[in-house]
Design a protein around this ligand. Structure first.
Ligand SMILES: [Zn+2]
Length: 462
C-alpha cells in the first residue's frame, strides 16, 4: 500500500515540478530508472483509467498512436514503450507521465487545425518523457502535490468535477510546471523529430500561437496546457529559431490529413450528431461537389447506424475524391456490416494497397473474414494487426475470441490474457494465463511462453 502511494506520488510530481532549476536535486529514482519509470507509468495508467474518461474509439486511438509512433520511429532505440491516450475533456491540455504514458485531451484535438499542430504537441510531450524531465525538476511543493493526489485518489465525484478540480489545483500551484529550460528543450527537440518524421514543424509554432492568443483573448479561462507548460515569448522565438535551422526540403507526409474526420468522430462520441449532420448538409448545399462534407456526413450517419444514407455518402465521396482519408476502410467496414462481402474485400484491398502497415486495415479485414466464417484467415489478419501494433490491446482481444470459436481454448486464453495485460489488468491476465496453462501441454512452445509470462507478472507484483 505504501509503495503504491509512493509511486503515485512520484507520478503526480511529473504533472509539474517547481519553477527553479536545481540540477543537484535529482530524485533517487534515477538509480533504478528503467524499472521505476515503467512502474510509475503503469500505476498511473491504472489510476487514470478510474479517474479520467478515456476515449476508446478505434479510429481515434489509432490516429493518436500513429502520430506518436511515427515521431518515435526517427528517435532511435528508446528505453520505454510509449503509450498514447485520449481523455474526453473539453480543456486544451496534454501531459506526459515518466515511463512513456502520454495523455492528450479531446478538447485540444478538437481545437487544432491540422495534424501537424497536434504532432507538435505530441513531439513536445515525448521529449519530456525521453529526456526524463520529471527527474530533472526540483523537489515539488508537498502541499500542492497533496492537492493533486487528493483529486486522483478521491472516490466519487463526477468526471467534470475531477477535471475541474485538477485544473483548479494546477491554477493554484503555478509553480508546479516544467521550468523554462526544460520547456525549451522539449520544444527544440520536439520540432526536430516531428520534422524528421515528415510533419510540418511550423505546426508546432502555430499551436503555441493559438494558445497564446487564447490566453490574451480570455485571461480568465486560461488553457490548462499553460499550467503545466508555461508559455513565454521566449519559447515562441525559440521554436522559430529551431525551425529556421532545419533543412525544410524534407518529404511531407503523402497522405491527406484526417484531422477533420477525427474531430467529427470526437463530436459524435459526445452525442453531437444532429449538429454534425446539419453542419455538413449546409456545407454540401454551398459546395455540392465537395468530398469532405460528404464523407463527414457519411461518418455521422454511420455512427447512427443509417446504412443506406451512409452507403450513398461514402460511395459518392469515393467518386469525388478516392483519397479522402480512410474512405476505402470506411466503405469496407460498412459493406461488411451490410453483408456485401465481395465489395468489402475490394474496398479493403484498395485500403491496404494505400496503407499496408495500418493495423486498422488488417483488424477490420479480420472482422470481414470472421463474418464470412473464415476463421483461419481472420486469425491471420488479426495477427498482422497485432504484429504491426504490439501494444494495442484490441487485436489480441479479437484473437482470443476467434480462437475460442475455433475451440482452441489454450490459445484463446493466452491472447485474452495478452489483451488484459496491455490494458494493465494484471489480475484478469493472471486468471486467463492460469486457465491456459491447464489446457496447454506444458512442454509445448505456447505452454512454455504462458508459464514464463505468468512468472514474470507475479514477480513484478511482489
Ligand atoms: Zn512542456
Amino acid at each position: 500500500m505504501l509503495r503504491r502511494f509512493f509511486t503515485l506520488f512520484l507520478s503526480l510530481s511529473l504533472l509539474g515540478g517547481c519553477g527553479s532549476y536545481l540540477p543537484s536535486k535529482v530524485p533517487f529514482v534515477q538509480q533504478k530508472q528503467e524499472d521505476e519509470d515503467v512502474r510509475i507509468s503503469r500505476e498511473f495508467r491504472r489510476e487514470a483509467k478510474k479517474k479520467l474518461k478515456l476515449i476508446h474509439h478505434l479510429e481515434v486511438e489509432r490516429y493518436v498512436d500513429q502520430i506518436g509512433q511515427r515521431i518515435i520511429s526517427v528517435m532511435g532505440p528508446q528505453p520505454f514503450d510509449y503509450r498514447f491516450f485520449v481523455v474526453e475533456n473539453s480543456q486544451m491540455n496534454a501531459f506526459a507521465v515518466p515511463g512513456g504514458s502520454i495523455y492528450v485531451y479531446s478538447g485540444l484535438i478538437e481545437r487544432v487545425k491540422t495534424t501537424d499542430e497536434l504532432a507538435g504537441v505530441i513531439g513536445h510531450e515525448i521529449i519530456h518523457v525521453k529526456s526524463r524531465h520529471a527527474a530533472r525538476i526540483s523537489g515539488p511543493d508537498p502541499t500542492s502535490l497533496l492537492v493533486l493526489l487528493g483529486i486522483f485518489l478521491a472516490r466519487g465525484g463526477s468526471q467534470a468535477q475531477a477535471a475541474g478540480a485538477l485544473g483548479g489545483a494546477l491554477a493554484a500551484t503555478r509553480q508546479l510546471s516544467y521550468n523554462r529550460q526544460l520547456e525549451q528543450e522539449a520544444d527544440t527537440l520536439g520540432v526536430k523529430y516531428m520534422a524528421e518524421a515528415g510533419y510540418d514543424p511550423r505546426g508546432a509554432l502555430r499551436f503555441l500561437k493559438i494558445i497564446d492568443q487564447e490566453r490574451t483573448l480570455n485571461p480568465v479561462d486560461i488553457p490548462s496546457y499553460l499550467m503545466t507548460h508555461p508559455l513565454t515569448q521566449e519559447r515562441i522565438a525559440g521554436v522559430e529559431t529551431a525551425i529556421r535551422t532545419l533543412r525544410l526540403e524534407r518529404p511531407k507526409l503523402e497522405h491527406p490529413d484526417p484531422i477533420k474526420k477525427v474531430q467529427t468522430i470526437l463530436r459524435l462520441e459526445r452525442q453531437d450528431s444532429d449538429a454534425v449532420i446539419a453542419e455538413n448538409e449546409r456545407l454540401l448545399g454551398q459546395y455540392p461537389g465537395s468530398a469532405e462534407p460528404m464523407h463527414l456526413l457519411g461518418v455521422a450517419h454511420h455512427n447512427k447506424g443509417r446504412w443506406s444514407e451512409t452507403r450513398e455518402n461514402y460511395e459518392r465521396t469515393r467518386t469525388l475524391n478516392p483519397k479522402s482519408p480512410g474512405i476505402d476502410r470506411d466503405l469496407g467496414r460498412l459493406y461488411t456490416q451490410i453483408g456485401e462481402f465481395r465489395l468489402a474485400h475490394e474496398a479493403f484491398e484498395r485500403s491496404l494497397s494505400f496503407e499496408p502497415r495500418e493495423p486498422l486495415n488488417h483488424l477490420f479485414l479480420g472482422e470481414l473474414f470472421e463474418k464470412e466464417s473464415n476463421l483461419r484467415e481472420a486469425v491471420g489478419a488479426y495477427l498482422r494487426a497485432h504484429n504491426l501494433s504490439p501494444l494495442w490491446a484490441e487485436p489480441p482481444h479479437r484473437l482470443g475470441i476467434v480462437y475460442g470459436k475455433m475451440n482452441r481454448l489454450g490459445d484463446a486464453y493466452y491472447y485474452l490474457a495478452r489483451s488484459h495485460l496491455l490494458s494493465d489488468e494484471d489480475e484478469k491476465a493472471i486468471a486467463d494465463l492460469e486457465r491456459a496453462l491447464k489446457i496447454l501441454d506444458p512442454a509445448s512452445p505456447r505452454g512454455q511462453v504462458v508459464k514464463d509470462e505468468l512468472e514474470a507478472i507475479k514477480a513484478r507484483r511482489r
